[in-house]
Each structure stands twice: as structure tokens, then as C-alpha cells.
Design a protein around this ligand. Structure first.
Ligand SMILES: [Zn+2]
Ligand SMILES: [Zn+2]
Length: 124
């Protein structure tokens, strides 16, 4: 019985973590202006799906409520941003491990464009 309860708790905690990961976007959209931090394009509600949350330090578990680790980027600039990281990764700078850490949590892997097609399909 106790074991079962513990499993339940772990499942709960995992679920909560997943939800937190998903909701940082909503939080970021709440406190940041809907403008791409690179190309300065403005986004209205109907195009908001093209605006994505970039983590400045590359750590997606680092979600301070003041938004200091978030940057809103349109999907194009976000892709460029990560392409840049990809380029620099061949170097030895440890700062550019942005996409390299595919840790134990698959939900935390950062591929901004992956799943977007699905998302667009669903929202149609
Ligand atoms: Zn942009
Ligand atoms: Zn990013």
C-alpha cells in the first residue's frame, strides 16, 4: 500500500514538473511584451503561436518568475539563435551547450520547432 502511495506521489510530482515546463510560456507571455527580441516584430493574439520562449542561459529548468531568463523570439529568430549555438558548439566554449544536454527528462529537451507542426495542426 505504502509503495503504491509513493508511486502516486512520484507520478504527481512528475506531472507537476511537466505542467510547470509547459506553463512557463504562458507566464512569459503574461509578463513580457509580445515582441520578438531579435527582429522586433510585434505579435497579436492570433499570431502568438509564432512567438516562442527562449531561455537565455539555455537551462529550461531555470524559470525565475520575474522572467529574467526568458526572451520571446519568433520561431524564425529562435531557430537562428539555436543554429548559432549549433555552430559554436563545435568549438570548445562550454557556454554553448544549449541543445547538447538531453537530460533524463525528454520534456526538457529544447527543439523549438519540433512539435510545432503538430501544434499548428491541432489549433486549426
Ligand atoms: Zn524574430
Ligand atoms: Zn531557445
Amino acid at each position: 500500500m505504502a509503495k503504491k502511495k509513493l508511486d502516486g506521489l512520484i507520478a504527481e510530482a512528475k506531472k507537476a514538473q511537466q505542467e510547470r515546463l509547459r506553463s512557463y510560456r504562458e507566464q512569459a507571455l503574461k509578463i513580457l511584451p509580445w515582441i520578438c527580441g531579435r527582429c522586433a516584430r510585434e505579435f497579436g493574439r492570433e499570431r502568438l503561436r509564432e512567438l516562442t520562449v527562449h531561455h537565455r542561459d539555455g537551462n529550461h529548468d531555470n524559470n525565475p518568475p520575474d522572467g529574467s531568463n526568458w526572451e520571446l523570439l519568433c520561431i524564425y529568430c529562435h531557430e537562428n539563435e539555436h543554429a548559432r549555438y549549433e555552430d559554436s558548439k563545435s568549438g570548445s566554449d562550454p557556454k554553448f551547450q544549449h541543445q547538447a544536454k538531453s537530460g533524463s527528462d525528454p520534456g526538457a529537451t529544447h527543439r523549438p520547432l519540433e512539435g510545432l507542426g503538430e501544434l499548428l495542426k491541432k489549433k486549426k
